[in-house]
Design a protein around this ligand. Structure first.
Ligand SMILES: *Cc1c(COP(=O)(O)O)cnc(C)c1O
Length: 489
């Protein structure tokens, strides 16, 4: 298996090299040269770890079986996920299910990938004979930052720099990041929104002069964002696991088609669902759920992606995004892997802020994707309604998906992908439940625990009283200099 660029501007590389590089140096994203097919029916009784090994193996064939096993077994431990299966599916009744992806150390679904990716990187560096220090540059809308910090902290030969939008993440998310220990971790707030952070980080990757300067210090840059294939492929596993769980529980028969509804930002999570479908999992439709930042809903409605619009801060900040990086991979697949087309769309996007796909591509997309967006009031109403009807408490991101699933009235079972613990967004969740929020974040957390009779997630519980270790705030224009300073340090 080799990895090729969505813009056909890079030689085909093995998994280890694609992971080590993060993204294609000249712009573009790595995708597997072919999509393997697997007979998933054989894995109905497998553990999460066994399934992960089988799903990942064809994508990383430059790793030995032992190496893959070692990555999986170190990542998906009961200790890290408090759950032997890492992810579990619960029923809301009426053919609706919730796939809980937030049992990991930071209470967000990003842990599903970021607990394993550092292990990929360690082996990848050895395999590609790369003896340099790796500096991971991350732009985060909240959850990636903490999950990446936890995954990479105190790893030899690696340091990590996280940029997040100042004032653009929740109080808990900020505390989670700012209290991170570890000698190799850096957290910096940037005056700007997530798109500004992400664009600047992409520019830093493409900055030849900066790369040379890094090389002089024995350092290479890499990415832990979902533009890195090493982060994307572990996410395929939980779609398969959720489906097989329903089969095992007798809710469906293998072969029955179901829908997954995914709260979407950068399009990484839902794209993993698409690859699961292409690998042979009986998925009917993927429902792309958005908040008020509904650039994707509009795109899936009329075929025009137009980022020239206002940016809204919402109660689901991890989805406050106007440029969904992984859409590029999806368009590459939907255009029959026509890199020329993809390249021209993204050049147009860069120049004008928008592009339109042709009807053939649009028709193909329509066969796979449904899309819906929900406003803030619907999010709160949904949190309340689900709690009343199913005695289940969901976070604001999951509620976007639950509301979108209602709107799209599926006539097949729907799995709502739950991306964060409600304790990360306690005050808003309480509002949805019709309860009063506390005077501060921690009081809201305790109140949510009382109201919902559920235990506080350990990632949130442990935050109180922790020392703030990172408090730097800079302008977007200062990001490059901040990285240079860390190189010299
Ligand atoms: C990152 C994140 C999302 C969006 O996932 P993408 O892969 O970027 O589409 C949704 N919900 C939560 C809680 C997240 O952390």
């Amino acid at each position: 298996m080799k990895y090729i660029s969505t813009r056909d501007n890079c030689e085909a590389l093995p998994f280890s090299k694609a992971v080590d590089l993060g993204m294609v140096p000249a712009g573009g994203l790595f995708v597997p040269s072919e999509i393997p097919r697997i007979d998933f029916a054989k894995f109905v009784n497998s553990s999460y770890q066994e399934l992960a090994k089988a799903v990942l193996a064809p994508f990383m064939d430059d790793f030995s079986g032992e190496e893959i096993s070692s990555c999986v077994d170190q990542a998906y431990t009961n200790e890290s996920f408090h759950n032997p299966d890492a992810a579990n599916t619960v029923s809301l009744g009426k053919d609706k299910y919730v796939l809980e992806l937030w049992h990991g150390p930071t209470a967000a679904f990003k842990d599903m990938a970021l607990q394993i990716m550092p292990h990929f990187m360690r082996y990848a560096k050895v395999k590609s004979g790369d003896k340099s220090h790796t500096m991971i540059l991350v732009a985060t809308s909240g959850d990636t930052g903490k999950a990446a910090l936890e995954g990479f902290k105190n790893r030899d030969g690696i340091s990590i720099v996280v940029f997040y939008p100042h004032g653009g993440v929740s109080e808990i998310q900020k505390l989670q990041m700012a209290t991170t220990e570890g000698s190799n971790t850096h957290v910096i707030a940037v005056r700007g929104n997530f798109d500004d952070c992400q664009n600047s980080v992409k520019e830093l990757f493409g900055d030849d002069e900066l790369r040379k300067e890094a090389a002089d210090h024995g350092t290479v840059f890499s990415s832990a964002n979902s533009i890195n294939w090493g982060r994307l492929c572990p996410q395929i596993v939980y779609y398969v696991k959720a489906y097989l769980q329903l089969v095992k529980d007798g809710k469906i028969t293998y072969g029955d088609k179901i829908d997954f509804c995914v709260p979407t930002g950068n399009f990484g999570n839902i794209l993993a669902g698409f690859y699961a479908k292409e690998m042979g999992l009986p998925i009917r439709k993927l429902i792309c759920a958005s908040n008020r930042n509904n650039v994707l809903t509009d795109f899936f409605t009329d075929g025009t992606y137009d980022r020239n619009r206002d940016f809204h801060k919402t109660m689901s900040p991890s989805m406050d995004i106007l440029i969904s990086s992984n859409l590029e991979r999806f368009l590459f697949e939907m255009s029959d892997r026509d890199a020329g087309k993809v390249y021209s769309w993204y050049i147009t996007l860069g120049c004008t802020g928008s592009f339109t796909v042709d009807q053939i591509v649009k028709d193909r997309i329509d066969r796979v994707i449904k899309a819906a967006w929900v406003d803030e009031q619907e999010v709160l109403d949904t949190i309340g309604a689900v709690h009343r009807e199913s005695n289940y408490v969901m976070d604001t991101h999951t509620a976007v998906a639950a509301a979108a699933a209602r709107k799209s009235d599926s006539d097949v079972p729907v799995v709502i992908v739950s991306t964060a613990s409600p304790y990360k967004f306690s005050a808003d969740v309480l509002k949805g439940l019709g309860a009063k929020s506390g005077a501060d974040e921690f009081e809201s957390v305790s109140e949510l625990s009382r109201t919902s009779s559920t235990p506080v997630h350990r990632a949130v519980d442990g935050l109180k009283g922790k020392k703030l270790l990172h408090d730097k705030v800079i302008d977007i224009s200062e990001m490059r200099e901040a990285v240079r300073r860390l190189l010299r340090a």
